[in-house]
Structure formats: structure tokens, C-alpha cells
Ligand binder design. Structure first.
Ligand SMILES: Cc1ncc(COP(=O)(O)O)c(C=O)c1O
Length: 445
């Protein structure tokens, strides 16, 4: 069947969305331009375990998993059971919920930096709260950051420091329109892994820096001693060290990258995987940095919602019960091995590597300009074979050896096709989708 027909209903819904929803999706990573438009599914109708069914009734093995928010597997029985039981008791109360205290106690057990907690419903919001708390606790304004930290003004204002001609906005074509330009300079990016640059920034802004906020690790291990060096600099300069573990949390260890590497920040931002897909975010930290938040205006009706709290409590307990760290390591290593084997079988130059909780494929191409074409063909061919992925993979505990084998078999066919296109000098003619937009970039400079 021609693929436009295979995903016809998805394409039709996407067309309808254009007139109704600015930008068509709520999350930029869900735009079809991030995949192989014309071949990739755009709307799902149901999901279970490692798989989902799209609105055209095609089944896929899912390696995106709600951009990492699903960690146990879609519609996990244990978590959904806890949420359903909570619905019967009330999804939100007039009064406070005791679950808030129960979750704070559990986070104190599993997250090394946690002594007190505040909750939100998402990661960007939790980062905005963390920035407010750090500024309030230190009486300073400037935030140095490295990574992606959400859509709020405090962070997006840093885009004013980027030359628009360079195209270096976090998403191609997305600009800081609507963010007050007066905020430019109140948050400054630094390059992950470069301690000397951070040291120089701290010296240049002596006594002004409220916080160093960073994703501690994403696709590669930090240079030896780097995070310890950042921690020491934060202490010397009286800045709050915040790890944004929204994307890297829970998978390497339940305690996140800080537990995996043994470097404890003053504050940690959590969301996504903490509740297996139910809306939930948290800022946790030492008593010294968190306690001043009691005198700050940080307040919202739905942060006490019982469903996120119940989902999070059960998700974390299930991660413990299912030995998540060992299992993620086993799944990730198997996936990396099999995808490298698939590359070899296809005779395609490239490698699959990265951290076991977020492996990525890098194709070795004769020219860099071919990358968007080759990557889109890969995503397109995987979609046709019932695998939803981009060039990096986020596993859940529901992914089986069979899912990995099937993924690698499909990847071998996709790699062989790309190789044939490269050999014939006409890769482009294999492209039956719109080119994938440049992947999301973290703002670091
Ligand atoms: C490291 C990091 N911080 C913050 C966010 C924003 O979280 P949310 O999309 O829940 O607002 C994300 C989302 O991808 C993220 O990866």
C-alpha cells in the first residue's frame, strides 16, 4: 500500500489541526516535521506496553515513549490501577492531600539531593520554580545554565543572545517572540563539559550568580572530574547547583544521574518519567535552599492533584520492585549491540553508541549535507516496518528481547537501503517523506 494511504487518517487529522491549533501540536517534538512526514504516524489511538496503535490501525514498537515520559511501559497495569483507585477516592480535594507528604518522603529516600519537595505538573514549570527559589534563596538574579529547561520566559530570554541569522535557536524556525527582551542577559548559557568557561563566567559575574542550572548528562559521560568541578565552583561562588534531571532522571538509576555518578547538587528538577506519563513534576533540594520557598509566591491549584501524586508513588515503587537500573542497562546494551550488528550486516558505515538509557545512531556519510536525507530515510523505513523512532532511542521496562530483535532486523533493512542509495549516488530518490526538521537543539551558547 502506498504510505500516504497507510497513514491517511493521521495526515487528515494533521491537516484539520492546522486551522485549529497554532503550530498543530502542543509539544514541538510531536510535530510531524520531527519524523518522516508522509510515512510516520502522527496520531495514536491506544498504547500498551512497548507498543501503540495509530489512528489508521497500524501497530508500532515505540522507541520514543512520550519523549521519555513513559518508563515502565504504556498503560502500565500497576500504575493505572493506583490511579483508578485514586479516582474513586477523588482526583483533587478541597483540602491538602496526604499523598504530598508520602511522595516527599519517598523522594527523600531515592533522590540523593532531596530533603524537601515542591510539586508541579511538568518539567518546564518545575524549572521555573527552581529558578525562582534559587533567586529568592540567594537574593541574586543571574542564572547560568546548560541544557534545555522548558518554555518559560526566564530561560527562553537567553535566545535574544543568539544571532537569528545563525539559526541557533533551540528549534529551527522557533524564535523568542513574545518573551520580554528586557530579560535578555538574566540567564546566560555555558557549554557543557567546559569548566574553564564556567569559571570565567562566574568570575566575570562575581556575586551575581543565583544558580548554575544544568542537565548533568545526556548522551555522553562528563569529562573526568567535570561535575565535581562544577559543584566546587558553585560552592566557592555561593551559587545554588541545580541538576535538571527531567530527561536523564530515573533511567540510569532511580536516583538519576546524581546517584549514577555520585555528585549531589543542591537542588534537582524532576518530571516526565517520575509518574509513567501522568502529569507530575517536582523540585527537590536541601533544606537550606528549599526552605526559603515558604515565603515566595509559588502556588497553583493543580499541583495538589492526587492522580500525579498517586502515579508517581506507584511508578517509583515499581521501578524499585522491577530492578529498573539493571534492566535498563541490559536493554540498552542489547539494543546498542544489535543495532551495531545491523549496521555491519548492511555494510553501512556508522555506529550506535551513547549511554545505555539513551542510545543513538550516527551514520558515517560522505558529506554532512546528506545527513537530513539519510536520517529521514531511516525514520521513514522504520515507520513502514512498524517501528516508531528517530535517531535516538528511549526504552521502557516493557521492551522485550523480541522487540529489540525486530527493531534491529528492520534497521538492517533500512541501513541496506541507505547504503544502496549512497552507492548509486542517488540517496534522494529513496526519500518519500518531507525532510525531517533539524533535531531539537539544546541552547548552550
Ligand atoms: C531536561 C529537560 N528539562 C525540561 C523539560 C521540559 O519539560 P516539560 O516538557 O514537561 O515542560 C524537558 C523536556 O523535554 C527536558 O528534557
Amino acid at each position: 500500500m502506498p504510505d500516504q494511504e497507510r497513514v491517511a487518517r493521521s495526515l487528515e487529522l494533521y491537516r484539520r489541526a492546522e486551522a485549529l491549533i497554532p503550530g498543530r501540536t502542543q509539544l514541538i517534538s510531536r510535530r510531524s516535521s520531527q519524523f518522516a512526514h508522509g510515512n510516520s504516524p502522527i496520531y495514536a489511538s491506544r498504547a500498551k506496553g512497548a507498543r501503540f496503535i495509530d489512528v489508521d490501525e497500524n501497530e508500532y514498537i515505540d522507541w520514543v515513549n512520550a519523549v521519555g515520559a513513559v518508563i515502565l511501559g504504556h498503560a502500565d497495569d500497576a500504575v493505572d490501577g493506583a490511579v483508578k483507585a485514586q479516582i474513586d477516592r477523588g482526583s483533587i480535594f478541597t483540602l491538602n492531600s496526604a499523598l504530598e507528604i508520602e511522595l516527599a518522603e519517598l523522594l527523600n529516600e531515592v533522590i540523593p539531593s532531596s530533603e524537601m519537595a515542591r510539586y508541579t505538573k511538568g518539567g518546564g514549570e518545575a524549572n521555573a520554580a527552581a529558578a525562582r527559589i534559587a533567586r529568592g534563596a540567594t537574593g541574586r538574579s543571574l542564572i547560568l545554565f546548560s541544557g534545555y529547561h522548558g518554555w518559560h520566559d526566564w530561560y527562553q530570554s537567553a535566545n535574544y543572545l543568539v544571532d537569528p541569522e545563525s539559526g541557533e535557536f533551540p528549534f529551527a524556525g522557533i524564535e523568542p517572540i513574545g518573551v520580554p527582551s528586557e530579560l535578555a542577559g538574566t540567564a546566560l548559557p555555558f557549554v557543557w563539559g567546559d569548566l574553564a568557561e564556567l569559571r570565567a563566567l562566574l568570575r566575570a559575574h562575581e556575586g551575581e550568580v543565583a544558580a548554575i542550572m544544568m542537565e548533568p548528562m545526556r548522551s555522553e559521560p562528563p569529562p573526568p572530574g567535570y561535575l565535581e568541578g562544577v559543584q566546587q565552583l558553585a560552592r566557592i561562588h555561593g551559587a545554588v547547583l541545580i541538576f535538571d534531571e527531567v530527561s536523564c532522571g530515573f533511567r540510569p538509576r532511580i536516583g538519576g544521574v546524581q546517584a549514577y555518578l555520585g555528585v549531589t547538587p543542591d537542588m534537582t528538577v524532576l518530571a516526565k518519567a517520575m509518574s509513567n506519563g501522568y502529569p507530575m513534576g517536582a523540585v527537590v533540594g536541601s533544606r537550606a535552599v528549599m526552605e526559603p520557598a515558604s515565603r515566595m509566591f509559588i502556588s497553583s491549584s493543580y499541583w495538589s492533584d492526587n492522580l500525579g501524586l498517586a502515579a508517581s508513588l506507584r511508578t517509583i515503587r515499581e521501578l524499585e520492585r522491577r530492578n529498573s537500573a539493571q534492566r535498563f542497562e541490559a536493554i540498552g546494551r542489547e539494543l546498542i549491540n544489535r543495532l551495531n550488528q545491523a549496521l555491519r550486516e548492511a555494510g553501512m558505515a556508522g555506529s550506535c553508541g551513547g549511554m545505555f538509557w539513551n542510545p543513538g545512531i550516527h551514520l558515517d556519510l560522505p558529506e554532512e549535507s546528506l545527513r537530513p536525507v539519510a536520517n529521514t530515510i531511516f525514520i521513514q523505513e522504520m515507520a513502514r516496518r512498524g517501528i516508531h523512532c528517530n535517531m535516538s532511542f528511549k526504552a521502557t521496562l516493557a521492551h522485550s528481547l523480541e522487540d529489540i530483535e525486530r527493531t534491529a532486523d528492520c534497521a538492517a533493512e533500512a541501513f541496506a537501503l541507505i547504503k544502496s542509495g549512497l552507492d548509486s549516488g542517488d540517496l534522494q530518490q529513496l526519500l518519500e517523506s518531507d525532510l525531517t526538521k533539524e533535531p531539537f537543539r539544546r541552547l548552550v551558547r
